[in-house]
Design a binder for this molecule. Structure first.
Ligand code: FAD
Length: 409
């Protein structure tokens, strides 16, 4: 009975431990997390937790009952693969099988790390620091009109703050969605009383103000930086575990790393998608739920083979090739996205933003549904996601009619 050690006690690490037990693994499992808090869920941090509507977001999981050893407040600093040992602040920890689930770290604005009143929003501690900022109803400048920036701006407006969002690109969500889809989204900011300044670079942040490169000076009782995140993999330097230029651990289609019996899952890992024909790095919750199920199945299959005196099955039983999914709650709307539209050749509107608040965009490649984004049309998303998973073809005319359910052609 070999010892599985999971590094990182966020969604992906916790779900790996849960999936191992659900799938019948009876050996020792240790879950190590750098944060001191009981493992918690991140999406509520920019929503209910920020507004004080929920105290925390700890996972309702009894780790004792699962027989999972939790070691919290312990950062892992390195891997010595030849010895199958981790280095930690509390000394070495041996493992037989290693699962890396260290997530991502938010990017900062250069030169603003020590400026008082500049915040990030990634951890429970960040949210706890931001709550009193919202209560004091400061003028707030948000840097970055991505998912986190939009959600934070929504919460800050709900709390009664004056909010300005500064975005370097010419539109919100520039890295995530094409211009025609983000154009109606830009209007949501003004509609909610948020000033959106696009095409603007932050030159400096000083106490009480943000200076833009064009000379404008924005009063700011607080600044929230939401300019993206990068896999938390710096601690793997010298371990022999391969990472890519984006900092992600370059896992294979079974979520194995370049070292034997070392897996990587969640925000820290990229994987080759046969479905979309490119490597994907997904920084969303559902990926940290589904990926661990594949890891657990592959760990258990190797374990079973070793127990029977055989070699690990090749290939392992569970390929990970999802239709990625995520949601965002912003400006009173429920936005959902599934798939990957980068290789699409056709974009279809299903309902038009100028005709009503709820609409969906579908992307097809050679007639097959590959991705979709929907605003307050969760049924489209639920149906579309299944169709994308099945590789279904759509009749473009029928699919564009929002009054009929989405169906395969
Ligand atoms: P993480 O949640 O980052 O967990 C990794 C853990 O590993 C952390 O606790 C970290 O402290 C720990 N760790 C890192 N390095 C070490 C080390 N060396 N040793 C020990 N421990 C270490 N997704 C959606 O789909 N919808 C949403 O609405 C949504 N809202 C979000 C709101 C916020 C504010 C944030 C920050 C994220 C949101 N996400 C959302 C994204 C989603 O939360 C992440 O994709 C998910 O948390 C990824 O899980 P993970 O376990 O891979 O990484």
């Amino acid at each position: 009975r070999r010892h599985v050690v999971v590094v990182g006690a966020g969604m992906a690490g916790v779900q790996t431990a849960v999936a191992l037990r659900e799938q019948g693994f009876t050996g020792p499992v240790t879950l190590i997390g750098a944060e001191p808090h009981q493992p918690y869920d991140r999406p509520p941090l920019s929503k209910a937790v920020l507004l004080g509507a929920a105290e925390g977001s700890a996972f309702p999981i009894d780790f004792d009952a699962l027989d999972v050893e939790l070691r919290l407040g312990l950062a892992v600093t390195g891997v010595r693969a030849a010895a199958r040992e981790l280095d930690t602040e509390a000394g070495p920890v041996p493992y037989d099988v290693l699962v890396i689930a260290t997530g991502a770290e938010p990017l900062t604005l250069p030169g603003t790390g020590d400026v008082p009143g500049v915040h990030l929003l990634r951890t429970l501690d960040d949210a706890a620091r931001l709550r009193p900022v919202l209560e004091r109803k400061h003028d707030i400048v948000v840097v970055g009109a991505g998912w986190i920036g939009a959600e934070f701006a929504t919460a800050a407006r709900a709390a009664g703050c004056a909010v300005t969002v500064v975005e370097a690109a010419d539109r919100p969500l520039a890295g995530a969605l094409p211009t025609e889809v983000t154009a109606p989204m830009a209007d949501w900011y003004a509609e909610h009383g948020v000033e959106l300044i696009t095409g603007a670079r932050v030159a400096a942040v000083e106490s009480g103000a943000v200076l833009l490169a064009d000379g404008r000076r924005l009063p700011a009782g607080a600044v929230v930086v939401g300019v993206g995140a990068r896999p938390a993999t710096g601690w793997l330097a010298g371990s022999g575990i391969e990472t890519g230029p984006d900092g992600s651990i370059t896992a294979d289609a079974y979520l194995r790393t370049s070292l034997p019996e070392v897996y990587a899952v969640g925000d820290c890992a990229s994987f080759p998608s046969a479905r979309y024909g490119r490597r994907l790095l997904v920084h969303h919750w559902d990926n940290a739920l589904q990926g661990p199920r594949a890891v657990a199945a592959n760990v258990i299959a190797t374990e079973a083979a070793a127990g029977a005196g055989g070699a690990a099955p090749e290939p392992p039983p569970q390929r990970y090739d999802p239709v990625p999914y995520f949601w965002s709650e912003q400006f009173g709307r429920f936005v959902q996205y599934a798939g990957d539209h980068s290789g699409a050749d056709t974009l279809l509107w299903r309902g038009r933003p100028e005709d009503g608040p709820a609409w969906t965009v579908l992307w097809l490649r050679e007639g097959v549904l590959v991705a979709m984004v929907s605003v307050d049309r969760p049924r489209d998303l639920a149906q579309g996601r299944k169709l994308a998973l099945a590789g279904a073809r759509l009749d473009p005319r029928r699919a564009s009619d929002p009054s009929v359910p989405l169906k395969a052609a």
